[in-house]
Write a protein that binds this ligand. Structure first.
Ligand code: FAD
Length: 570
């Protein structure tokens, strides 16, 4: 229960950053558990989950095993449906319609789940503790620090917006990552229109205030630019007719095209549509500085000329970076030279016991996967010969082909997969018991496909699938301990407990405004236009986390169709 849970936590109050007061009724000050051995055997294993985003929520929703004591820690006591955040910036959808309290999500579960509104600032892998801080104190100078022990730690704390340390970005730009960001953007758009409508302004000042700059031509930046264009043209020009000619939207992209992770047809369609809509798309333009009045860009072609333009609002959407707590943790575990936390295919953080990471804060280390594949063939492991039994060889190949389609394709093309057949006699029995693998040949085959084994994209789709995969592993932890169902271990004996994580791509959308969306579905099936917009409505409505949010979002869409978007500056 909650009291005993609290009793197993060490709570420290830091008053004014000064003295420490320790409250601990069940533990000594070093924070170690004071359960006696028999209690330790019977007590539930504690799973600490950091975050309430896509990965963590999907993990919590999937967790069914009541043998765990689950502690969820996040500064946000709700889950936010991020794909609809751009719609919140313009009032197409209300913020409350896309959030669900985490307590609501876990309420009906038959397992012990406790939530603490706090932010983790340190992970101590050696002593199996996380250090967290809560702002929820009556005294604003007082911060409450909480130290929580774990048996298993599941990290799903996402990422932060990446400013690339470009001067002035953090101070002067809007970001689009959290609900508060979207609300701030919504207010700022209306403020710009109200300011531009004041009587004392020159035309030039008006144009500056109504110049909206979006930096980043990825799906989020493009969707925001499209949404803003619709908002202005469908709603705001009717309310602010005198300033409508002063409005301008500029989309800046450093590479040659916007939406460059999509099919070429989508990129071309989007660029042409934006041109027709009057959105000024500047490609090959890299932002080098943002002051409180203007934004400077360097043209990547034409000798790198730097130009400066005044703006009223800048929205920065250029990708994601690692959170400080993760960077600190990476240094601690010898991953300081990496960009994001590396895990294996079972979501286990490399070099740590019982720590799992998923979603935007982590990535599966593909290079390690390659090394592991090589290790199967023995020679990478010093103590093994390069010989496998025919059965092992077939099993390993099947597993590789299954997990890494590109490698599988190569092997198939080079008939390596049918190698075992060649070893059979005319009756189909294995003529040889073992097989010597040409490691050099295999290595060169792998190096060709290596470049194609890219990191998984940082999307909600990946995070949600990783969360439910991990929940499934936790649900069957004991069962699979006894009957491992994974592939043969690349290193060591026996099999892995679980099958490795496999990502299933269901396609991606790029809403382009004017009730038109581009959809790229599996098999490179591309659809652009009004029909895809309806597909977008249906998919997003179905993916919302609860019936309550589904009903709210659908009614927001209906309200927008009938009455237009709200334009009050609150
Ligand atoms: P998040 O969902 O970001 O969750 C991180 C959680 O960790 C949050 O609850 C946060 O409060 C918490 N947290 C942060 N710091 C700490 C800390 N120190 N201690 C404890 N908890 C912490 N993806 C798609 O697939 N399709 C889309 O259409 C799409 N559209 C998007 C639109 C926008 C505007 C944005 C910003 C993203 C979009 N994405 C989309 C990407 C998607 O949102 C992310 O990939 C996804 O949120 C990653 O999930 P996550 O669980 O790793 O992180």
């Amino acid at each position: 229960n909650e009291n005993s849970t609290l009793a197993r936590m060490l709570i420290v109050f830091t008053v004014g950053g000064g003295g420490l007061m320790a409250y601990s009724d069940a533990k000594p000050e070093n924070g170690m558990d004071v359960v006696n051995p028999s209690e330790a055997d019977t007590r539930k294993k504690r799973v600490v989950v950091l975050g309430t985003g896509w990965a963590a929520t999907s993990f919590l929703k999937g967790l069914k095993n009541s043998e765990y004591d689950v502690q969820v820690i996040s500064p946000r006591n709700y889950f936010a449906f991020t794909p609809l955040l751009p719609s919140v910036t313009c009032g197409t959808v209300e913020p409350r319609s896309i959030v669900e309290p985490i307590r609501n999500i876990v309420r009906k579960k038959n397992i012990d789940v406790h939530y603490w509104e706090a932010e983790c600032f340190k992970v101590d892998a050696e002593n199996k503790k996380v250090y967290c801080r809560s702002n929820l104190t009556s005294n604003p100078n007082e911060k409450e620090e909480i130290i929580v022990d774990y048996d298993y730690l599941v990290i799903g704390i996402g990422a932060r917006s990446n400013t690339f340390n470009i001067p002035g970005v953090a101070e002067n730009c809007h970001f689009l990552k959290e609900i508060e960001d979207a609300q701030k953007i919504r207010r700022t758009i209306i403020d710009c229109f109200e300011r531009a409508s004041l009587p004392s302004l020159s035309d030039e000042e008006r144009k500056k205030i109504l110049h909206f700059v979006v930096v980043g031509g990825g799906p989020t930046g493009v969707e925001f630019a499209a949404e803003l264009h619709d908002y202005i043209n469908e709603d705001l020009v009717k309310l602010y007719p005198k300033v409508k000619n002063a409005v301008k939207i500029t989309l800046l992209e450093a590479t040659d095209h916007i939406l460059n992770m999509f099919d070429k047809r989508i990129t071309t369609f989007a660029e042409e549509k934006f041109q027709r809509d009057g959105i000024d798309v500047k490609t090959g333009a890299m932002v080098v500085k943002v002051s409180d009045k203007d934004i400077s860009t360097k043209e990547l072609k034409n000798g790198g000329a730097v130009s400066t333009m005044p703006y009223g609002m800048v929205v920065w959407s250029t990708g994601i970076g690692t959170r400080p707590v993760i960077m600190d943790f990476m240094k601690q575990i010898g991953q300081a030279n990496r960009r994001v936390l590396a895990t294996d295919e079972w979501m286990r953080v490399e070099g740590c016991n019982n720590i799992y990471a998923m979603g935007d804060c982590a990535t599966i280390n593909q290079r390690k996967v390659m090394e592991d594949i090589l290790a199967i063939f023995g020679k990478a492991d010093k103590d093994k010969s390069g010989t496998l039994t025919v059965k092992e060889f077939q099993e390993v190949l099947d597993d590789i082909c299954d997990r890494y389609p590109q490698v599988g394709l190569y092997l198939k093309n080079n008939q390596m997969r049918s190698l075992t057949d060649l070893l059979k006699d005319s009756k189909g029995n294995a003529a040889k018991e073992s097989i010597e693998v040409n490691l050099e040949e295999f290595k060169s085959a792998l190096s060709k496909v290596d470049s194609q084994m890219k990191n998984l994209p940082a999307t909600a789709q990946v995070a949600a699938q990783q969360g439910s995969y991990l929940a499934d592993c936790f649900n069957r932890m004991e069962e699979c301990e006894k009957n491992p169902e994974g592939p043969l271990r690349f290193r060591g004996e026996g099999r892995h407990r679980f099958r490795p994580f496999r990502y299933k791509h269901f396609g991606q959308f790029a809403p382009l405004g004017g009730e038109q969306t581009a959809a790229q579905l599996p098999g490179d099936w591309v659809s652009i236009g009004h029909s895809s917009q309806w597909l977008w409505y249906s998919v997003y409505a179905s993916k919302l986390v609860s019936w309550r949010t589904r009903a709210l979002v659908i009614s927001d869409w209906g309200r927008r169709f009938i009455f237009g978007r709200d334009s009050s500056g609150i």
